[in-house]
Design a binder for this molecule. Structure first.
Ligand code: E4P
Ligand code: PEP
Length: 361
């Protein structure tokens, strides 16, 4: 045996740009601290089942995923959740309302990455605390009987909170990612996959197909140990049309083209329309135009559009966050994308419910 190998120096090969590696609590620990009660578990179970029925067409309601672009203040999120829970109950015969509780934010370049990553909004990145605050919030919202929807961004973090999520989303910036498609194949809830920021719809169609298949991939188990994950695939993935840099894509022609692409791929023909992002050119007021147009098409008998996504909060618009100065923020207003306010949200939900009733009759 050569002794040469032993004399090779391995110093400076690794960790040249990592300043610290510190412990992250195991998923099982965080889950045990905030375990679901009967009501929350029932909300998740029935919320997922209702979403699946809507996706398959056996339930003629619309699924509406509505709430802030991002949660930065859990108290304001709960304030919003209480209003939404009451409205969801009022409209439950026509709409299946799921609250957007988004706390992992993908950024185009740089910016605050959400409550899990930086819960104190001050650049201290206390992820161990963020995971606990986030999980507790999901539990508190679900305990109101209101199901929640989240974007999954980091492939490790779902182990900390996916059990409490009724509706999952894969964002425009990760729709093409094999890592995220594999993750979708493991997730226990329906997942919407968005078209790309450039407006490429095929990437989302391909995503639903890849996620429907079984995969074996590296991940972590509930004890936080590196593990191999084997999945059976997720048949409840679907495309979310969110517009793109070329403009909106909620028009009838793009929806028909998306259906044709899904058909060609052997995937179920259904889409969710995101009224925000590229479909509103990030102008929150334009979400109303999207809802009005989709509602009219539903009245006319449109069946392929099974749901809508809205960015909505207590106050309209958005505000800039200065890290470390969260106490200067206006209550109930988004610090990421602009949202419609609560009164406008109520009008949109009423309009959609009315459209479902008109189609039914
Ligand atoms: O939905 C939120 C944003 O559109 C997304 O996180 C990208 O934000 P950014 O372009 O401000 O980074
Ligand atoms: C980031 C989001 O959307 P998109 O991926 O469509 O930009 C979002 O819905 O918060």
């Amino acid at each position: 045996m050569s002794t040469r190998t032993n004399s090779i120096s391995t110093s400076n090969l690794d960790d040249q740009r990592t300043v610290r590696i510190s412990p992250l609590a195991a998923p099982s620990v965080v889950r045990a601290e905030h375990a679901p009660d009967e009501v929350a578990a029932a909300t998740v179970r029935s919320g997922r089942a209702a979403t699946v029925d809507i996706l398959s067409g056996t339930d003629d309601r619309l699924v509406v995923i509505v709430g802030p672009c991002s949660v930065h203040d859990p108290a304001a999120a709960m304030d919003y959740a209480r209003k939404l829970a009451a409205k969801a109950d009022e409209l439950r015969d026509d709409l299946h309302i799921v609250m957007r509780v988004y706390f992992e934010k993908p950024r185009t370049t740089l910016g605050w990455k959400g409550l899990l990553n930086d819960p104190h909004l001050d650049g201290t990145y206390d992820i161990n605390t963020g995971l606990r605050i986030g999980r507790k919030l999901l539990l508190d919202v679900s305990s109101l009987g209101l199901p929640v929807g989240c974007e999954f961004l980091d492939p490790i973090l779902p182990q900390y909170y996916a059990d409490l999520v009724t509706y999952g989303a894969i964002g425009a910036r990760t729709a093409a990612s094999q890592v995220h498609r594999q993750l979708c194949s493991a997730l226990s809830m329906p997942v919407g996959i968005k078209n790309s920021t450039e407006g490429d719809v095929q990437v989302a169609v391909d995503g639903t197909r890849a996620a429907a298949a079984s995969h074996v991939f590296p991940g972590t188990d509930l004890d936080g140990q590196a593990a191999l994950i084997e999945t059976i695939g997720n048949p409840d993935c679907h495309v979310i049309l969110r517009g793109g840099s070329a403009g909106p894509n909620y028009d009838a022609e793009t929806v028909a083209d998306t259906m044709a692409r899904l058909r060609k791929s052997g995937m179920p023909e259904r889409v969710v329309i995101d009224a925000s992002h590229g479909n509103s050119s990030k102008n929150h007021e334009k979400q109303v135009d999207v809802v009005t147009d989709i509602a009219d098409r539903i009245v006319a008998g449109e069946k392929g559009i099974v749901g809508l996504m809205l960015e909505s909060f207590i106050e309209a618009g958005r505000q800039d966050l200065t890290l470390g100065q969260a106490d200067e923020l206006e209550y109930g207003k988004s610090i990421t994308d602009a949202c419609i306010d609560w009164a406008t949200t109520v009008d949109q939900l009423d309009r959609l419910a009315e459209a479902v009733r008109a189609r039914r009759s």
